[in-house]
Design a binder for this molecule. Structure first.
Ligand code: FES
Length: 71
């Protein structure tokens, strides 16, 4: 089974652990999850209400099918 997850955050969550600041990926693009690797810089100019897919360093806008809330 596979699924698509939509992330709307464009920056990491900063977490203090033992006096160190850890950055947790919230954009979904990091190749070093759960930690941020700076990949969120690719999505900072995304337009509100649009959905994008990132593949091999390219960004594609994809059609978003509206789903009935009662499904
Ligand atoms: S928040 Fe995802 S790479 Fe930085």
């Amino acid at each position: 089974m596979a699924r698509i997850v939509i992330h709307e955050d464009k920056a990491p969550f900063k977490l203090e652990i033992g006096g160190e600041t850890k950055k947790i990926c919230m954009c979904g693009l990091s190749k070093n999850k759960p930690f941020c690797d700076g990949s969120h810089n690719q999505c900072t100019d995304e337009e509100e209400g649009k959905v994008y897919d990132y593949f091999n360093g390219e960004r594609l806008e994809i059609e978003r099918e509206e789903r009935d809330e009662e499904e």
